[in-house]
Design a protein around this ligand. Sequence first.
Ligand SMILES: NC(=O)C1=CN([C@@H]2O[C@H](COP(=O)(O)OP(=O)(O)OC[C@H]3O[C@@H](n4cnc5c(N)ncnc54)[C@H](OP(=O)(O)O)[C@@H]3O)[C@@H](O)[C@H]2O)C=CC1
Ligand SMILES: N[C@@H](CC(=O)OP(=O)(O)O)C(=O)O
Length: 360
Amino acid sequence: MSTKKVMRAGILGATGTVGQRFICLLSSNPRFEIHVLGASDRSAGRPYSQATNWKLSDRLPENVASMIVKSCNPSEFEGCDLIFSGLDASVATEIEKSFMEGNFPVFSNAKNYRMFDTVPLVIPTANPEHFAVIGQQRKEFNLNRGYIITNSNCSVTGIAVVLKALQLTFGKISKVMVTTMQAISGAGYPGVASLDIMDNVVPHIGGEEEKIEQELGKILGSASTDNTSILSDDQLKVSAMCNRVAVIDGHTSSVSIEFASGQKPSIQEIKTCLSEYRCMAQQLGCHSAPKQAIIVHENQDRPQPRLDRMNENGMAVSIGRIRECPILDFKFTILVHNTILGAAGASMLNAELASEMGLI
Ligand SMILES: NC(=O)C1=CN([C@@H]2O[C@H](COP(=O)(O)OP(=O)(O)OC[C@H]3O[C@@H](n4cnc5c(N)ncnc54)[C@H](OP(=O)(O)O)[C@@H]3O)[C@@H](O)[C@H]2O)C=CC1
Ligand SMILES: N[C@@H](CC(=O)OP(=O)(O)O)C(=O)O
């Protein structure tokens, strides 16, 4: 039996799509105990089962169903060791800051703080070394315990894990072209109207292309030598085109890349590099680390969202169709579960890593 400390978790935005995922994932993780649930004033004061419109096939845990939802005020979250946020971006700036200033470690899914120099933008199976700037963030806000760590846009997640593994072995990547096919759960609930998405592909997701183009460079960048900021990889050029498709969960991306060195490894070397990739969360034995962070598919028609999104409990990235590209160096297809490794699962594993590093 594990002797590691059980962390009491507060969840902001607990009634939403990402909030529901947090409840499922944290309920079955022995490292966490759900302590307080928070949402808007529309939900506060009501039992969770009445405040939320439960949309997951996993059953709502009984002990959570009867919890009374609180407003997102730090005074309501006394006794929490850490805070997970699945808040709507329109309210995340003020609310997350108030929790950070209230000296809570905050693990956020919202876009609001991702590009701040002293805020780690971390995918747990790619770049947890970026936690190194937490000390500087605490110094800036004069805090001894609080901070904000964010995870990335859900489409960026799968691409970044693969590119990080390649970069560690073959050096920097200079160009990325990506076309996404994104699930409707990415838009929250009720999300895209059924009359818009059934029998259809919508070739626009507001702000998504810009986020992919910016966030990838930060994740593939590094902490400055004095750990005072994260330096984005400025040489990396990214072009993204985003589409909404009639899939419930799982974002698929068609990706082409070019290496900066001008030298091309073989396809077999790429497959070996990705299959053998081991990340810090695995080395530290974190409870929710996937056994295999990247799954390389050999069948020509994989990965597919319906078949592959739950690999490693949704914490793995799947890649297939790795082949030469006549314009850039290589092209392939990547799949990630958008609300697990792309959202709540990433925050959860980030918190396990932060605990191992003595940050909680
Ligand atoms: N869905 C996905 O795949 C991903 C989402 N994200 C990000 O995660 C966040 C949550 O997304 P998602 O779960 O899809 O969104 P939802 O719209 O499903 O949920 C939003 C949550 O925010 C709460 N909220 C809204 N307004 C307020 C307020 N004024 N005060 C307090 N709480 C409020 C809602 O509470 P109430 O029910 O009471 O209104 C609800 O719990 C967003 O920032 C999103 O961009 C990131 C990666 C992937
Ligand atoms: N925009 C993503 C989900 C999301 O909310 O992204 P972000 O957290 O980067 O705003 C999607 O629709 O699939």
